[in-house]
Design a protein around this ligand. Structure first.
Ligand code: PLP
Length: 402
């Protein structure tokens, strides 16, 4: 077999991603996995999709199986603008929205459009691994800003901007953040938009989990508070199904035009079949029929996980309390390293994602991410018992460091 390692681009080596590959690869049989932030297949609306797909192929194959304009089918864009108006209060203009092939694509397109090597991008510490990989591949200078229990510390960002930092954008996940599950309160949302407006800095708002609140109304989006300074990356991966690979980007027309140009140079358009499926499903009231059950399912999973953590975890272990989404962030007592304990956890039959890859500076050694989207309530209870056993064992042993 010839060796092509000499042909691999420098950029490809910057990306990293071994951790993400490990998450996506799944876990050995018998291991209860709390790794992937995948939606639960029980939430997939298969009953409705069957009929919609059959009708599309029967009556609209010439459009559904064809290429679409780069920004998306006009009826689908119209639907998304209506939906955003209903959900978020503001209505993007025709030139302020494009259909993307998922949330991750929007992140990549913004890098393609705005980021030259060495440009600064501000991120929350910790943040979504896929975004960090995209920023690394864009050769950005990634600047972490701390979070507290209420998400991004806007005052800390203000200090950095005041000291002269000029990032191309600030990347934030305001609801049920990946990986911490935290939510940015309204006052901080307003302060963040105001601050960025003052400094002429764009915000990239990732709303991947926004529609999955366990209860109550979600807070206003950053885009609705500042459509002049916010690009919103939306995805249907969590609220519809990820197999469709669909999302949206809305923001200032000048930036959206650049995103459309960048998309023309990558996949050219999101798949027409998926776009039409989504539009018919959405216009037919599919989200209203199905989302309440999805929210209830994830809420019940969180309730089971949270009560198991309360009962089983030794003193000194803490975790976040998400109000929606799939994820909680657990911190081990000082001296314990989540990466080093991973092998013991796997041997005990439980898998998690160690916290370090979510930090640019590889901090967060004592943290780990647990996803509760997939396992049912009984398995979550069992997984926590296994994990608690591993933590207790490590506390009895000399400190483990990797
Ligand atoms: C915060 C966040 N943004 C974006 C994505 C990617 O979404 P998509 O599947 O639409 O590319 C994910 C997926 O896990 C995510 O957690």
């Amino acid at each position: 077999m010839p060796d092509f390692s000499h042909a691999i681009a420098r950029r490809a080596r910057l990306r990293g991603g071994e951790e993400l590959a490990a998450i996506l690869a799944g876990s050995p049989p018998g291991v209860l996995s709390m790794t992937g932030g995948f939606p639960n297949p029980a939430t997939f609306p298969t009953d409705e999709l069957d009929a919609i797909a059959a009708a599309l192929l029967r009556d609209d194959a010439a459009v559904a199986l064809q290429y679409t304009p780069v920004a998306g089918l006009s009826s689908v864009r119209e639907y998304l603008r209506d939906r955003i108006a209903g959900e978020q209060g503001g209505r993007p203009g025709d030139d302020e929205l494009l259909v993307t092939s998922g949330g991750m694509e929007c992140i990549n397109l913004l890098c393609e459009a705005l980021v030259d090597p060495g440009d600064a991008i501000v991120v929350e510490a910790p943040t979504y691994l896929g975004a960090l990989m995209a920023f690394a591949a864009a050769e950005a200078h990634v600047v972490p800003v701390p979070m507290d229990a209420d998400g991004l510390v806007v005052d800390a960002l203000e200090e950095r901007l005041g000291a002269g930092l000029r990032p191309k954008f600030v990347y934030t996940i305001p609801e049920y953040q990946n990986p911490t599950g935290r939510t940015l309160p309204l006052a901080r949302r307003r302060a963040l938009v105001e601050l960025c407006r003052r400094h002429g800095v764009l915000i990239l708002e990732d709303v991947a989990y926004r529609e999955l609140a366990f209860g109550g109304d979600p807070l206003p989006t950053l885009w609705s508070l500042g459509p002049d300074v916010v690009v919103q990356a939306g995805t249907f991966s969590k609220s519809f199904f990820p197999g469709v690979r669909l999302g949206w980007a809305c923001g200032p027309a000048q930036v959206v035009a650049e995103l459309v140009a960048a998309k023309g140079n990558t996949d050219q358009c999101a798949g027409a079949l998926g776009q039409m499926l989504l539009e018919r499903y959405g216009r037919g009231g599919g989200f209203e029929r199905h989302l309440p059950a999805a929210r209830a399912l994830y809420g019940a999973h969180w309730a089971a996980l949270s009560s198991a953590l309360e009962r089983c975890m030794p003193e000194g272990v803490t975790w976040t309390e998400p109000a929606g989404g799939f994820l909680t962030w657990l911190t081990l007592p000082d001296g314990l390293d989540a990466h080093a304990l991973r092998a013991d956890a796997l041997a005990a039959g439980v898998a998690y994602v160690p916290g370090r890859p979510f930090h640019v500076d590889r901090g967060g050694a004592s943290s780990l991410r647990l996803s509760f989207s997939h396992l049912g309530e009984a398995d979550l209870e069992e997984a926590v018992q296994r994990l608690a056993g591993v933590v207790r064992g490590a506390l009895r042993a000399p400190p483990v460091r990797s």
